[in-house]
Design a protein around this ligand. Structure first.
Ligand code: BES
Ligand code: MN
Ligand code: MN
Length: 464
């Protein structure tokens, strides 16, 4: 079977597929905001009901000590291979709200794009999976393999309870391969398959000075200012000439890129002015000497400052030496760096850099390990064929800079390789105002996933 039947079904139902996604996107499932906890639950329940309608035989909420996940399955035949789909039904917060052209939870179509929070990250891409299953069930009556699905409700707030769920549910979640649609392609006419994701390590630092804000005239000149101390510390974390992270040992566990990795990445076209525009109109790129822009943002580790605060920032002047100053730092990790090790070395470097007269406090936050699937893996090759069938072009292989910590939990806890089949676009503005999902990509994504099950079933049977 070539999948023409699936394509035909999808083409006939495009409008319905879009309308359904619009309804799903109306639920404000912001996991980071406790005020939206009931919405996240309602979102999970909505998804459960839709999974049953799409052709899953079972679908239910799985409780965690945080927001609920949703589990579903359609078991066809024990002798056939099994795939597990992972996704997330929660979304990022929406601020700054006044920059949205249309409200984040009133989905609106403009120029072929569906605008809403969660449109592409990740509710829209989860919905593609429902529609791909429906296409199989309604055209042929059955899927060519067993399919399980777990969609979590806390990815955007760190998946803090998800590994517990994976461990507790490992029997039920067992599968031959993990399929995740939460990444992107290079461009509409440049299909690509992501084979790796970076990990994450997070550290928060507070510099404590005097026990109270001091008059900067009375004490200034003789007291170490916590903001100045913090600025000195964080400025020292990068080498201004080479762009490298100065933390001792930071690069020790980085696995060198092999020739094939570099060659695959070198095939990806790069347009500097396009990149500068996508990066919000900056005037020049920055980063680590000796690596291309693509390498810097996908296969090299980084240290970023995400927030810094302290002292007075209201109107006018307030002449103080503040009692404290703080910063939030996250590092993106590559194989074989470990989140705890990196967070500890960064914290140690911060303590070492503290000037006299202040006290530095660091706090290590939840992180995640990097993900890497070999390009040669039969499941990756099956996904490449599915993409080629739908895009009419062989996909390139990329590694992406973002992180999806649970994906690595599956490979470590259950030994499952991950196939990352996402169809977002670089200008989708994920996590930002006016997030969108290009509707042509949405429809293609549904077909890619429908074709994927046809390609994956024989590939996994042959491999076992
Ligand atoms: N879907 C993204 C990750 C992503 C984005 C992968 C673009 C590849 C390309 C995911 O929802 C996300 O935002 N992850 C967070 C993880 C964090 C909250 C622990 C990230 O990467 O910052
Ligand atoms: Mn996501
Ligand atoms: Mn996200």
């Amino acid at each position: 079977m070539t999948g023409e039947d699936l394509d035909k079904y999808c083409a006939a139902h495009e409008q319905r597929f879009t309308d359904e996604l619009i309804d799903f996107l109306r639920i404000p499932s912001i996991s980071a905001d406790p005020e939206h906890a009931a919405d996240v639950r309602r979102n999970a329940e909505y998804l459960r009901d839709a999974l049953l309608q799409a052709g899953f035989q079972r679908a239910e909420l799985v409780e965690t000590s945080g927001h609920p996940s949703v589990y579903a399955e359609r078991m066809v035949d024990r002798s056939k291979p099994t795939a597990l789909v992972y996704g997330h039904h929660d979304v990022q917060p929406v601020d700054p709200l006044d920059e949205w052209v249309s409200p984040p939870f009133e989905p609106a179509v403009r120029d072929g794009n569906l605008h809403a929070r969660g449109a592409v990250d990740d509710k829209g891409q989860v919905w593609m999976h429902l529609k791909a299953v429906q296409a199989h069930v309604e055209t042929r009556g059955e899927l060519p393999l067993n399919l399980k699905l777990i969609v979590e409700g806390e990815e955007e707030s760190g998946s803090v309870h998800f590994e517990e769920l994976v461990v507790a549910e490992r029997e039920r979640l067992q599968a031959d391969v993990l399929v995740v649609s939460d990444t992107g392609v290079l461009a509409p006419d440049l299909p690509s398959l992501c084979t790796g994701l970076r990990g994450l390590a997070a550290v928060e630092v507070t510099v404590h000075g005097p026990s109270l804000d001091l008059h900067s005239g009375v004490f200034g000149g003789a007291v170490m200012n916590p903001i100045a101390a913090l600025a000195r510390i964080i400025a020292g974390l990068h080498d201004p000439v080479t762009g490298r992270v100065t933390v001792p040992g930071f690069y020790d566990d980085v696995r060198p890129l092999n020739q094939e990795d570099r060659e695959l990445l070198a095939r990806v076209p790069y347009d500097e002015s396009e990149f500068l525009a996508e990066a919000g109109g900056i005037s020049a790129t920055a980063g680590e000497e000796g690596f291309t822009v693509l390498e810097r943002r996908s296969v090299r580790p980084t240290l970023e400052l995400n927030g810094v605060w302290g002292g007075y920032s209201g109107p006018g002047t307030k002449t103080i030496i503040p009692a404290s100053a703080s910063a939030k730092i996250t590092c993106r990790l590559v194989p074989d760096q470990l989140p705890d090790d990196i967070a500890r070395t960064v914290a140690a470097a911060i303590h070492d850099a503290a000037p006299r007269g202040v006290r530095v406090e660091t706090q290590i936050q939840h992180g995640g390990r990097p993900v890497l699937t070999p390009v040669q893996h039969p499941a990756v090759q099956a996904a490449a064929r599915a993409m080629a069938q739908v895009f009419g072009k062989e996909p390139l292989f990329t590694r992406e800079g973002g992180s999806i910590p649970p994906v690595e939990s599956f490979s470590r806890v259950m030994g499952m390789p991950a196939v990352l089949v996402g169809v977002g676009l670089p200008d989708d503005r994920i996590h930002a105002p006016n997030e969108k999902f290009n509707l042509a990509m949405y429809q293609r994504g549904i077909r890619v996933l429908a074709h994927l099950w046809d390609e994956l079933a024989p590939a996994l049977s042959a491999a076992s």
